[in-house]
Design a binder for this molecule. Sequence first.
Ligand SMILES: NC(=O)c1ccc[n+]([C@@H]2O[C@H](COP(=O)([O-])OP(=O)(O)OC[C@H]3O[C@@H](n4cnc5c(N)ncnc54)[C@H](OP(=O)(O)O)[C@@H]3O)[C@@H](O)[C@H]2O)c1
Length: 237
Amino acid sequence: MLHNQKIVIIGASQGMGFATAQLLANQNNELIIASKTKEKIEKAAKEIGKNVVPKELDFTDELSVKKFFEEIDSFDHLVLIGAGVPAWGTFTQFESQALKNAFNTKFFGYYYSAKHAVPHLRKDGSILMVIGGAARKAIAGTSGVAAVNGAILAMGRTMAVELAPLRVNIVSPGLVDTPAYDWMNEEQKQTFFKQMGGKLPVGRIGKPDEIAHIIEAVLNNKYMTGSVIDIDGGGNL
Ligand SMILES: NC(=O)c1ccc[n+]([C@@H]2O[C@H](COP(=O)([O-])OP(=O)(O)OC[C@H]3O[C@@H](n4cnc5c(N)ncnc54)[C@H](OP(=O)(O)O)[C@@H]3O)[C@@H](O)[C@H]2O)c1
């Protein structure tokens, strides 16, 4: 069980990031949780209740990211689980600008965060980056999403070599029930989840705390680096 570690999680106001923060704070780790919206991250910290400090941070703003880490000093683990603005659609459907926006948000958000965290990370610690199943299986309508997440995956594996002994790992979830889907009404959302879950070997989509437990295990395992862990209900089979 991971405990007594200082951990920064960017993208922790809701969804899988929040579930991860909740789990790790309950195990007596010292957390700094960040996200773009001040009220949301403060509310998340209040709900977690202990071992947690909330910070407002837009990870697409490199100067803010640099300042954020300078204020933290040293720590053990960085978890990057913030969302970007994805470019959905088939290869010929999405606009070039949509793909640029997707890279400028998720890819560069992760890149700036990892880059400016490194000088502050303890060498026996780790970086964990959350990508998404589109980078692991060719699914029509997701080439833009695959490109961004695949770029993070490729960068992360090489980072593991360059930054050693610091460990760098990638977690790749499949569909998970998070507020990311709240743009649908409840009925549409449940129909969509049921439909998508029904196609998976496990027969349902994922829950945020299932991803949180994998993240905890990866942070805690000192023999693991450069690994890509799929947790997708068998979605990439
Ligand atoms: N849910 C899925 O089915 C699924 C599947 C595969 C992969 N993923 C990936 O897994 C990760 C977590 O997904 P999720 O569904 O749990 O996410 P989510 O519920 O949409 O939450 C996204 C988090 O990212 C933060 N964020 C967004 N833009 C940010 C920025 N510019 N700077 C800092 N923080 C920012 C949000 O902060 P605020 O709330 O403060 O704006 C929020 O905390 C994402 O990278 C997503 O792409 C998700």
